[in-house]
Design a protein around this ligand. Structure first.
Ligand SMILES: Nc1nc2c(ncn2[C@@H]2O[C@H](COP(=O)(O)OP(=O)(O)O)[C@@H](O)[C@H]2O)c(=O)[nH]1
Ligand SMILES: [Mg+2]
Length: 481
């Protein structure tokens, strides 16, 4: 009875969705009749013509220009593809020349078990063939137990290094005085009270700042050109039978990623605007890669200027919003020269000077993403869509390539164990996906958003509506989704 009571009107009993437009129409007609009866309609229509129409015309001129300036031009062909499909013979690929590269894992002494699990997993899936060195980083001295256990977790022939982060590279910036540090601690406490994830954990803020900039200046990394970032308790769910560093170099790539997802806005409300300020100050042009970060606003220009001028959170100077998409940096394969180079370091110092690593909780993931999209052309960014990767509850698990590409009799791959059944269009090598995990990058909108600059094949509006993304990783059960 209550339902009928709420949704009925003088127009009859209609569901709410039909009722509302009918009511608005009714009110509009009533007002229009009143206006005609009052005899003042002539004056009002003149006023309307004088002000509203020119504004409408201006808006209709401004809008296409605005949309043109913020468009993500479609390339003539797909500019980024998986480096391989299915399995290659590791005894052949590992015999090729190597790159100057290392694994890096920041960890605490207390994370022995998680670190051991990651190392055992990456050794099994990749490094027992390629033997790239593994470097552990810590802000505190390593315990003998950690060193002992982790040295034994690697396969024969893999070098392990235990490094302590040198002075000045971890913690508050050196130029910060005690008063500023007290203020920063108060701001972090407030973030905790507001429920910002890790907001009141000072060490987490230090970690984000470290990975955002100082990491790249470590003495221990100086000899290397490439790094692959690892974390305790992550899992690689496919075999990787080629050398990703060599392929990155061969294809002239700079930044490689697996999972793209939405950032939680409360952690970094002013990061996008600050980055856009920097971009404008340095005269860095808008590019398709930069525009791929935008959720374009259709408001009239004055409203957009207002949003930019008053630093409305997550908006840039022209009033567009950041779509919040970023690469999850706990997996990264990237070129160190880019990140320790002048352009990136200059951007990091600019961010550092604004204090947002502490007054907010700027993460290294969005910082890397914004920098990569501001400074690099699209073809330098690589989506490792063929790598199976799990971190906490989020994961990417590619569909397996057809059986004849799985090299079932291969000696080096013989002990890989069970695998998920191949799927149409699959790229993975011997992937074993866990069905109980939440899926990301499968139907992922962020993957689709951030890969627009390299994607010739893009999902139509209708496909997106139905959750079909061409540039998504294949789900083992449903290749199109
Ligand atoms: N040495 C050290 N490592 C840290 C500290 N805080 C975080 N880490 C490392 O930084 C990485 C990210 O931290 P984690 O707690 O996994 O953050 P999440 O993945 O964002 O939930 C992991 O490799 C941690 O081991 C710290 O205070 N000291
Ligand atoms: Mg983690």
């Amino acid at each position: 009875m209550g339902y009928h009571h709420r949704t009925s009107s003088r127009l009859g009993t209609l569901p709410l969705a039909f009722d509302l437009p009918a009511r608005v129409g009714q009110i509009f007609m009533l007002q229009f009749r009143r206006l005609r009866r009052s005899g003042r309609n002539g004056r009002r229509i003149k006023l309307l013509l004088k002000f509203a129409l020119p504004l409408l015309v201006l808006y209709l001129i401004d809008l296409p220009i605005h949309l043109y300036r913020t468009r993500v031009a479609r390339p003539h062909q797909d500019l980024d593809q998986p480096f391989a499909t299915g399995c290659l013979d590791p005894s052949v690929t590992a015999a090729q020349p190597r790159e100057n590269a290392t694994f890096v894992m920041l960890a605490r002494n207390s994370e022995i078990e998680g670190a051991k699990a990651t190392v055992a997993n990456i050794e099994r899936q990749f490094n027992r063939w390629f033997h790239y060195p593994i470097m552990f980083l810590n802000d505190a001295p390593w315990s003998e137990e950690f060193k002992d256990v982790l040295s034994r977790a690697v396969s024969n022939g893999t070098e392990v290094r235990f490094e302590v982060i040198e002075k000045g590279k971890w913690g508050f910036p050196e130029e910060m005085n005690e008063k500023e540090k007290t203020k920063a601690r108060l701001q972090m406490k407030k973030q905790g009270e507001r429920g910002v994830g890790y907001g009141d954990m000072e060490s987490y803020h230090h970690m984000c700042r470290f990975y955002s900039g100082e990491f790249y200046n470590l003495e221990a990394l100086r000899p290397y050109k490439w790094y692959w970032r690892l974390e305790p308790s992550v899992r690689y769910s496919c075999a990787l039978t080629y050398d990703p560093f060599a392929e990155m170099a061969r294809h002239d790539k700079v930044y490689g990623w697996t999972i793209a997802l939405w950032e939680v806005g409360d952690t970094c409300p002013s990061l996008f605007k600050t980055t856009d300020d920097y971009r404008i100050e340095k005269g860095i042009p808008r590019t398709p890669t930069w525009n791929a970060l935008l959720q374009v606003m259709w408001f009239p220009a004055p409203v957009r200027w207002f949003l930019g001028l008053f630093r409305v959170r997550e908006h840039d100077n022209s009033g567009n919003k950041w779509n919040m998409c970023h690469y999850w940096s706990n997996f990264e394969i990237a070129n160190l020269d880019f990140f320790r180079g002048r352009e990136y370091q200059d951007y990091f110092r600019y961010l550092d000077s604004k204090g947002g690593f502490y007054s907010e909780r700027w993460g290294d993931a969005p910082v890397h993403t914004l920098a990569v999209h501001m400074l690099l052309p699209p073809e330098k960014i690589h989506h490792f869509s063929d790598i199976g990767y799990e971190h906490d509850t989020l994961w990417q698990c590619p569909g397996n390539a057809p059986m004849d590409q799985q090299l079932l009799g291969n000696k080096a791959l013989r002990d890989m164990g069970r695998m998920t059944l191949p799927s149409e269009g699959g790229t993975g090598c011997r992937c074993k996906c866990q069905e109980n995990k939440r899926r990301r990058n499968i139907n992922s909108q962020c993957t689709s958003e951030l890969t627009r600059p390299v994607a010739f094949h893009r999902p139509s509006w209708w496909e997106r509506h139905n959750g079909v993304y061409h540039y998504a990783v294949n789900n083992p059960n449903n290749p199109r989704k």
